[in-house]
Design a binder for this molecule. Structure first.
Ligand code: FES
Length: 119
């Protein structure tokens, strides 16, 4: 773990939120170095997935989260938050997912994302 207050850490990790800002199963859209990212806290973990559906230019953070998937509200493809892969059509291509680090404890813990590497 590093010192926590820097905005850009090792391997391009950027602080995007504090843990307390993320409501369970409620996606939060953030920008990480110009990349739109949907942050999802679910099941005790935080995931970062590119916010744009691979089927059309639609924001995934406006969709529903269920069972570690985020559903595109427009046509219903559901993307696995761990891999970015769609479970079914119409989307056929995965959406990039990114590594997340949590630094600190409690609601003030820093949530960091790196979009320079896909996880
Ligand atoms: S725009 Fe997302 S499934 Fe069609």
């Amino acid at each position: 773990m590093s010192t926590g207050e820097s905005t850009v850490g090792s391997a391009g990790f950027v602080r995007v939120a504090s843990l307390g800002e993320l409501e369970e199963d409620t996606p939060k859209r953030v920008e990480v170095e110009g990349v739109p990212v949907s942050l999802v806290r679910t099941g005790g973990e935080v995931f970062a997935i590119n916010d744009i559906c691979s089927h059309a230019n639609v924001s995934l953070s406006e969709g529903e989260v269920e069972d570690c998937h985020i559903e595109c509200w427009l046509h219903g493809s559901s993307f696995d938050l761990r891999t970015g892969k769609p479970d079914g059509p119409p989307a056929t291509r995965p959406v990039p997912v990114y590594p997340v680090k949590i630094e600190g404890d409690g609601p003030d813990a820093a949530v960091l994302v790196s979009t320079t590497q896909e996880s």
